[in-house]
Design a protein around this ligand. Structure first.
Ligand code: BG6
Length: 472
């Protein structure tokens, strides 16, 4: 086996997000979020955010397990509605206290916190008041929330992530609370929301630099690596377009503070250019991210999809899932028959990770951190109380080897936070689909005892960390 060369200060981590792990959805004054609202719609058939993994009541025990695992970093998110229940009103002291004690415990355990400000869980009150990100007031509500977090936690948190997967979130109507049935109108709202999130990102980056000493702040993008279905030039172009429209425009906007030409062309062609105000451009250009956080699970494949009379250029269509759209005049999502897929359809491909790491590093020359990567499966608890998840070990090993190669290629990679530290609420499949190193003993409709059980992958990853990646 190849010998991986991880630097001594490599941040071996693991990840989670508030609505997926915490539970205590209305405990101690927390307000409802869009993530709660959506998960409650499925409460009759699968787990929701009410209890999730109940980290809210198990945090001490859970952090002890993270310490035992040997984590050097833990990526998690703060729930905006725990800090400000209605999004832009009074601050909830108990919310601040909750995260404060979590941070103290992490630091006492030698684990560096990597904190996401917003992971799919907009306070629902902002949807009721303003239709959420559609309204510019949401931008300033976010800026205020971010500043409250920097003030309260900036003495202990040096690694900050602004929005989790803005580029993917914006494509999922449910997450953005878009219920407009007309495709063009929905795209128009989406474009405005996306733009507002870019403004919010820029304000948070600048505030962080002003308020938190020695901080690093970044977006956490859902990375995309697309292969052409054939070597026909139009398919090659389509594969590029798929990456550019799903991810690269977002990174470029963060980096350069303006939409790349092809994206502006699309916004005009589709007649959905967002409303921009004087001063926005200066703000967007002033905010300089310090690194790039990327989530990586799979690769994609595309062929060229011509526009026609019924389907004008730029029109997007979702077939089969909510994130991988086809776009007329650009690209069509295809299956890659060279790759095996997970039970849930994600095409497993460590090489794709090496490609995106090289690609992003070559384009921006900023340090990178992998903030999500993992395999979602229905794990089985055996009668002797073990979980033999060798398939997860294989998956992570392959991706660690790809990261080691990317570093040999010259990429500056700071750390790895696989998804997820423990089983948590999958964003769409409840507790059927598990990602953790630690099994949480509950089923979708039966809370059982919520006992934490170390999976085989826990012991394997512990050894990887102990040997600094020498023993994969
Ligand atoms: C990422 C999200 O896109 O994918 C996580 O940031 C999510 O929140 C993860 O859980 C896996 O997706 P899913 O749908 O399997 O939970």
């Amino acid at each position: 086996m190849m010998k991986a060369g991880f630097p001594e200060d490599f941040l071996w981590g693991a990840a989670s997000s508030a609505f997926q792990i915490e539970g205590g959805w209305d405990a101690d004054g927390k307000g409802m979020t869009v993530a709660d609202f959506n998960s409650f719609k499925r409460s009759d058939r699968q787990a929701d955010s009410r209890t999730a993994s109940d980290f809210y009541h198990h945090w001490k025990e859970d952090i002890a397990l993270m310490k035992e695992l040997g984590l050097k970093a833990y990526r998690f998110s703060i729930s905006w509605a725990r800090i400000i229940p209605d999004g832009d009103g009074e601050v909830n002291r108990k919310g601040i206290d909750f995260y404060s004690q979590v941070l103290d415990e992490l630091l006492a355990s030698g684990i560096l916190p990597v904190v996401t400000l917003y992971h799919f869980d907009l306070p629902y009150a902002l949807v009721e008041k303003y239709n959420g990100w559609a309204d510019r007031r949401c931008v300033f509500a976010f800026e205020r929330y971010a500043k409250i977090c920097f003030e309260a936690f900036g003495d202990r948190v040096k690694w900050w992530l602004v929005h989790n997967e803005q580029n993917l979130m914006i494509r999922v109507d449910e997450r953005m609370n878009i219920s407009e049935p007309d495709a063009w109108k929905a795209d128009k709202i989406r474009a405005q929301m996306d733009y507002h999130m870019f403004l919010a990102h820029a304000l948070a980056v600048n505030a962080c630099h002003e308020m938190v000493k020695d901080a690093g702040i970044a977006p956490a993008v859902s990375s995309t690596c697309t292969y052409p279905l054939t070597n026909h030039p139009q398919d090659v172009w389509a594969a590029k377009m798929n990456d550019w429209f799903k991810t690269n425009y977002c990174l470029d906007m963060h980096y350069y503070g303006e939409y790349p030409g092809y994206y502006m062309r699309y916004l005009k062609e589709r007649d959905i250019v967002p409303v921009m105000e004087a001063g926005d451009e200066t703000l967007l250009k002033s905010a300089k991210m310090d690194f790039i956080a990327l989530n990586y699970y799979r690769t994609l494949c595309a062929s060229y999809l011509p526009a026609d009379r019924e389907h004008p250029a730029g029109m997007r269509v979702y077939r089969g899932n909510e994130v991988d759209f086809d776009q007329y005049g650009y690209c069509r999502d295809e299956k890659n028959t060279n790759l095996k897929a997970s039970e849930y359809g994600a095409q497993i491909d460590p090489m794709g990770l090496r490609i995106v790491l090289n690609d992003y590093y070559a384009r921006y020359h900023l340090p990178l951190m992998v903030t999500e990567n993992g395999l979602g499966t229905p794990d089985v608890l055996t009668e002797d109380g073990r979980v033999h998840d060798d398939y997860r070990i294989d998956y992570i090993r392959g991706h660690l080897e790809a990261m080691a190669l990317a570093m040999e290629d010259g990429v500056h990679l700071m750390g790895y936070c696989p998804w997820s530290v423990m089983d948590l609420l999958s964003s769409h499949q409840g507790f059927r689909k598990r990602y953790g190193f630690i099994y949480v003993n509950r089923e979708d409709m039966d809370l059982k005892d919520l006992k934490r059980i170390r999976k085989d992958s826990f012991y394997w990853y512990q050894n990887v960390i102990r040997t600094n990646g020498e023993k994969l």
